[in-house]
Design a protein around this ligand. Structure first.
Ligand code: ADP
Ligand code: GLC
Length: 476
C-alpha cells in the first residue's frame, strides 16, 4: 500500500513537540511493510540536513491553474524535493513562503502559508497516485477539503493531535480559498465567523483519528472540544482514538548516546545514580543531594501543560525533600516564575529555559519521577519515555495520560502516580505519595513494571491499518 502523510513537523528535521516524534516513529514502523511518503515544508533552519535523491515533483496540477492568481503563481514556482530517510521517502516543499523561516509556527500569515502547503500536499498525493492520504492537524487540514471535492478522490484520514490549535481566520483573510487552485466552498468551515481549518479537516476526511481513546472521549464534550465537539459528535462513527507509540531506538536507556551512562532494567539503580550525579555537575549544581528524589519536568510552557498548578503545589509542599529539574520555554509569566524559584531555592530547583533535545534525554535518565500536570493532554509522550527509562510518571488524570499510567493499589500493576487536573491539593498529595514510594521497597516493583511495558508501534500500527481499510471501503 502507498501511504502519503502530510505534516508540519517530523523528527529530527522540524520539531516543536510530540507531533514530530509521533509521525517519525509511526512512519518508520509503517515503512517496514508499506511504501511510505511524508510531505513536509522545507524551512531555513532544519534539525538535520536531508539526504537528497535528486528527484523533484511539481506542486501544482495543471487543471487547477486556469486563472493566474497569486497562489497559482507561488505554487508554479514551488516544488517538492525528494529525500531518503529510514526506508521511506520525504518530500520537502520548497517555496519562498517557507524558506526564510527559522521556526515553523508563529508568523501572522500562517493561515496563507499552510493553505498553500495543504494544496501542494493534495497535488502530491494525486501525482504519486497513493492509496491512502493521511493529514495531521490544522496545518494540512484543507487538503482534505480538496480531496473531498476532487473527481479523483483518495481514501483520506485526518489525525487530530491537539484541538487547542485550530487555524481559524477571519473570512477576509481567506477569500483566496474560493479562487484557483482551491475553488473551495468555505461556508461549511464557518465557525464563529471565521474559516476554521480544523473543522474543514473533520468534516471532509474519510476517517478521523485522535491520539488516545481518553482524549477522543473528552473531545466529544465541551470545554475539551474547544468549540468543535458538536462537529466531532456529527462524525463520531468515523472518529477513533488510537494511542501513540514511541520509537524504542530513539528512547531507550540501553542504547541512548545522549545520556551519561546507559543502563537496563538489570542495573537501573546504578545507572540512574550515575546519570543524576553527572547531570547535577553539568547544570552547575553539584551540591544537590543525591539521596533526595529528583523530579523532572519537560515541556512547552503553555496553558495546556498546567505548570501554575505545580508552582503552587511546590510552595505548599516545600517540606518534602524532592529536587526539581525543569526544561522548557513558552509563556513569559511561567518562565519568570521558574527562574524565580531557581534563584530562590538553588539547592532544590533548577530551570533551563530553551529547547534542548540532549538535555531532555539526560533528564529522563537521571530523574526518579517525571511530573506532567497537564490540564488536557491528547496523548503525551514523556510519560511513555519515562516508563522506558524507569522514571516513575506522576500525571494528571486526563487524555492519554490516564490511558497510559495507572496507580493501582496492587504493586504488580502500578505504573505511576495519578492526581486530579488543576487541583493543587491533589497534586501536593501526589508529591507526598512519591516520597513514600521512593522510600519503600515497592519502588523496585514499580520500576520493573514500567521498564517492561511495550509502548512501541509494533502492535499498535495495526489500529491505523484498520482505519485505512475503513477509509478505502468508504470510497468503494
Ligand atoms: P506536546 O506535543 O503537547 O508538546 P508531547 O508530550 O506529546 O507534548 O511531546 C513533547 C515532546 O517535545 C517530547 O519529546 C519532549 O521531550 C519534547 N520537548 C518539549 N519541550 C522541550 C524542550 N524544551 N527541550 C527538549 N525537548 C522538549
Ligand atoms: C500534541 C499533543 C500531545 C501529543 C502530540 C503527538 O502536540 O499536545 O499530547 O502527544 O501531539 O500526538
Amino acid at each position: 500500500m502507498k501511504i502519503l502523510h502530510a505534516s508540519a513537523e517530523y523528527f529530527p528535521y522540524i520539531k516543536m513537540g510530540g507531533l514530530a516524534d509521533m509521525l517519525a516513529s509511526l512512519t518508520k514502523e509503517q515503512a517496514k511493510t508499506e511504501e511510505v511518503y511524508v510531505a513536509l515544508p522545507l524551512i531555513g533552519k532544519m534539525g538535520k540536513e536531508p539526504k537528497w535523491t535528486g528527484k523533484e515533483v511539481k506542486a501544482l496540477l495543471p487543471e487547477d491553474a486556469k486563472e493566474e492568481t497569486i497562489a497559482v503563481s507561488l505554487l508554479a514556482k514551488a516544488r517538492f524535493l525528494e529525500a531518503e530517510e529510514s526506508g521511506l521517502k520525504l518530500y520537502f516543499f520548497e517555496s519562498e513562503l517557507f524558506q526564510g523561516l527559522d521556526s515553523i509556527y508563529g508568523t501572522t500569515d500562517e493561515h496563507y502559508r499552510f493553505a498553500i502547503f495543504s494544496y501542494a500536499c493534495y497535488a502530491l498525493s494525486q501525482i504519486l497516485n497513493v492509496d491512502v492520504y493521511h493529514a495531521h492537524d490544522w496545518h494540512t487540514a484543507l487538503s482534505l477539503g480538496l480531496h473531498k471535492n476532487s473527481s479523483h478522490s483518495i481514501p483520506s484520514i485526518f489525525t487530530i493531535h491537539n484541538l487547542a490549535y485550530q487555524g481559524d481566520h477571519p473570512f477576509w483573510m481567506t477569500g483566496f480559498l474560493k479562487e484557483d487552485p482551491f475553488r473551495l466552498v468555505t461556508s461549511p468551515f464557518d465557525h464563529n465567523d471565521k474559516c476554521n481549518y480544523m473543522k474543514a479537516g473533520i468534516l471532509s476526511a474519510g476517517q478521523i483519528t485522535t491520539v488516545s481513546p481518553g482524549y477522543r472521549e473528552e473531545t466529544l464534550r465541551e470545554p475539551n472540544g474547544f468549540g468543535l465537539s458538536y462537529v466531532l459528535n456529527k462524525r463520531s462513527e468515523d472518529y477513533t482514538g488510537i494511542l501513540n507509540g514511541i520509537d524504542a531506538e530513539e528512547w531507550n536507556p540501553q542504547f541512548d548516546k545522549r545520556i551519561f551512562q546507559t543502563y537496563s532494567a538489570a542495573n537501573w539503580k546504578e545507572g540512574k545514580l550515575k546519570n543524576k550525579t553527572l547531570l547535577y555537575e553539568e547544570i552547575g549544581r553539584p551540591h544537590l543531594s543525591l539521596d533526595a528524589p529528583l523530579i523532572g519536568l519537560i515541556g512547552r510552557l503553555t496553558y495546556q501543560k498546567g505548570f501554575p498548578t505545580f508552582l503552587q503545589a511546590f510552595l505548599e509542599r516545600r517540606h518534602l525533600s524532592h529536587r526539581y529539574v525543569v526544561l522548557g520555554s513558552g509563556d513569559t509569566e511561567t518562565e519568570k516564575a521558574f527562574f524565580h524559584l531557581s534563584d530562590t531555592f538553588p539547592d532544590v530547583f533548577y530551570f533551563y529555559r530553551g529547547y534542548n533535545e540532549s538535555l531532555a534525554h539526560k533528564i529522563e535518565a537521571a530523574s526518579d519521577f517525571f511530573l506532567m500536570p497537564s490540564l488536557f493532554e491528547p496523548c503525551g509522550l514523556n510519560q511513555m519515555y519515562s516508563h522506558a527509562y524507569g522514571t516513575i510518571p506522576i500525571v494528571s488524570r486526563v487524555g492519554g495520560l490516564r490511558d497510559t499510567v495507572e496507580e493501582s493499589a496492587d504493586p504488580k500493576f502500578k505504573t505511576g502516580i495519578v492526581f486530579e487536573p488543576n487541583d493543587v491539593g491533589s497534586l501536593g498529595y501526589a508529591l507526598e505519595r512519591a516520597k513514600d514510594l521512593y522510600d519503600s521497597s515497592e519502588r523496585d516493583h514499580v520500576v520493573k513494571n514500567i521498564m517492561n511495558l511495550d509502548w512501541t508501534w509494533t502492535k499498535r500500527k495495526m489500529e491505523y491499518d484498520f482505519i485505512y481499510q475503513r477509509a478505502i471501503e468508504l470510497l468503494q
